[in-house]
Design a protein around this ligand. Structure first.
Ligand SMILES: [Zn+2]
Length: 242
């Protein structure tokens, strides 16, 4: 009983794509990925904007809540759109690359907040979208210096994460954490060295706040993804306004 795909391919509908990513990847380590409803036999067609990924946030077949709460993904996409459009006058086509990355990064932040993991495939896709998007922007308007700076900082973040992963045998850093760090620090690095440093400081403060507020509920395990994505998005918006 697979509902027929309705409407557009999911890529033309960012909120549905965000919903699909969150629904599919918010699973425990033992489970690789979810491909359908937990409460009924409905399977999802990943690349189509089907009823299960509509703003209601419920399964199109049985009505059980699926992934993100009602209208939350739509609100996040509206915010990302505002940041992307707001960045266009100052940063040109690079803002479109960052906007596309933010959809994937928002999914990663949401998944990390719930199940404390950053799925490798989503992190890899986010890094690929960001670096190729920024390269395409550079080809259009010659912003190769910021692109190179993003690449250097991204590679450094990846190296630090992989070193931590080796040193802690995957306990502190795992799966897609390295590739996630490589893209989340590349965004402010595109703006300038000082923005990258400011992001690290802000992300640290946000994570500390999450840790202090939610330390009991989180059982001492603080997800770093949401704070880092929020910090990178805030830097992009702040730089556009500056
Ligand atoms: Zn269902």
């Amino acid at each position: 009983m697979t509902p027929r795909p309705s409407g557009l391919p999911v890529l033309a509908n960012p909120a549905a794509f965000l919903r699909y990513l969150i629904a599919a990847w918010t699973v425990d380590f033992e489970q690789w990925r979810r491909d359908g409803c937990n409460s009924c036999p409905a399977r999802w067609r990943p690349w189509w904007s089907e009823p299960s990924f509509s703003p209601a946030g419920t399964c199109g077949a049985c009505g059980t809540p699926v992934g993100a709460p009602a209208w939350s993904a739509e609100a996040v996409v509206a915010l990302i759109t505002a940041i992307t459009v707001g960045g266009l006058p100052a940063f040109g086509p690079a803002s479109l690359a960052v906007g596309a990355w933010l959809i994937l990064a928002a999914a990663l932040g949401a998944i990390d907040a719930v199940v404390h993991r950053l799925p490798y495939r989503v992190s890899a896709l986010a890094a690929l979208v960001l670096y190729t998007g920024l390269a395409a922007a550079a080809a259009l308007d010659g912003t190769w210096t910021p692109w190179l700076r993003a690449l250097v900082v991204g590679a450094a973040a990846l190296a630090v994460a992989e070193t931590l992963r080796a040193a802690t045998r995957g306990k502190a850093v795992a799966g897609g954490d390295g590739l996630f760090a490589a893209s989340v620090f590349a965004v402010p690095a595109w703006l300038g060295w000082d923005w990258a440093v400011a992001t690290a400081v802000l992300a640290g403060m946000v994570n500390l706040a999450i840790g202090l507020i939610g330390v009991r509920r989180l059982h001492g395990r603080v997800p770093h993804g949401p704070g880092m994505v929020t910090a990178a998005a805030a830097m992009w918006a702040a730089a556009a306004l500056a």
